[in-house]
Design a protein around this ligand. Structure first.
Ligand SMILES: [Mg+2]
Length: 218
C-alpha cells in the first residue's frame, strides 16, 4: 500500500498555521513602511494590503519579501531579519506529525510543494523538524522560478517524480483546481476559514484514510 506513491503537500495554511506568514506580511512589513514614510501603522497596513491585492497571488513577486522591500524603498532592510522577528510564531497543526508518520510507514514518498520562498520555507522546516519526515522540499519561487498558479508547475512535479502523485493543500485554486487540471488527484484541506467544498477534508487523518483506501481502489 502506498508503494510508488508520492504525496505532495502545501506548507502554509496546510501543515503550518498562518500566524508566522501573516505576522511578516501584515505586521512586520507595514511597521517598516510606517516608520520609513512617517505614517501611522493602520495607514501602512492599508497601503500594504492594497499593494498585495494589486500584485495578486498568482504573481511570483507576491511571495518574495525582497521584492516588497525594494518596492517600498526599504533597500536597507535585511529580509532575514524581518522574517526572524516572527519565527517564534511558527506552528504545525496538531494532525501533521501523526499523518506524516503514517504515510511514511505506508511507503509514501513525501514532498513539500510550496509557494513559500526559501527564506520562509527553510525557517518553517527548521522550527518544526519537518525535514525528518519529508523526502523532498520544493520552494517553487526559489527552486523552480515559478508558482503553482498554473498547470506547468504540477506537470513538472509529475515529470520529476516516478509514479503516481497525490497533492493536498488549503488553496482552492492552486492546491485543488490547478493540480486536478494537470491530472493529479488533489484534496482540499480546510482549516476553519474560507470556502469549503463538499469533499474538503478537515483533518490530515482523513487524507491518510483517502490515500490508503485509494491505493486499494484506484
Ligand atoms: Mg497554503
Amino acid at each position: 500500500m502506498g508503494r510508488g506513491l508520492s504525496v505532495s503537500l502545501d506548507l502554509d495554511g496546510t501543515l503550518t498555521d498562518l500566524a508566522f506568514v501573516d505576522g511578516v506580511w501584515n505586521e512586520g512589513l507595514p511597521r517598516l513602511v510606517a516608520e520609513h514614510r512617517g505614517i501611522d501603522y493602520a495607514h501602512a497596513r492599508e497601503l500594504c494590503r492594497d499593494a498585495y491585492l494589486q500584485e495578486g497571488e498568482a504573481s511570483i513577486r507576491w511571495y518574495q519579501l525582497s521584492y516588497w522591500l525594494d518596492r517600498f524603498d526599504l533597500h536597507h532592510v535585511d529580509e532575514d531579519a524581518v522574517i526572524s522577528g516572527f519565527t517564534s510564531r511558527i506552528s504545525l497543526f496538531a494532525d501533521v506529525i501523526p499523518a506524516l508518520t503514517t504515510l511514511r510507514q505506508e511507503g509514501c514518498r513525501l514532498v513539500l510543494f510550496s509557494n513559500a520562498p526559501r527564506p520562509f520555507l527553510d525557517q518553517e522546516v527548521c522550527h518544526t523538524s519537518l525535514d525528518d519526515y519529508l523526502d523532498e522540499m520544493i520552494s517553487l519561487p526559489d527552486d523552480w522560478g515559478m508558482v503553482k498558479s498554473g498547470e506547468e508547475a504540477y506537470l513538472r512535479l509529475l515529470a520529476s517524480l516516478d509514479g503516481e502523485v497525490v497533492h493536498a493543500g488549503d488553496h482552492l485554486s492552486f492546491d485543488v483546481e490547478v493540480p486536478r487540471r494537470a491530472g493529479i488527484t488533489a484534496y482540499h484541506i480546510w482549516r476553519g476559514t474560507g470556502a469549503k467544498l463538499d469533499d474538503s477534508l478537515t483533518d490530515l487523518g482523513q487524507l491518510v484514510d483517502r490515500i490508503t483506501r485509494g491505493q486499494n481502489h484506484p
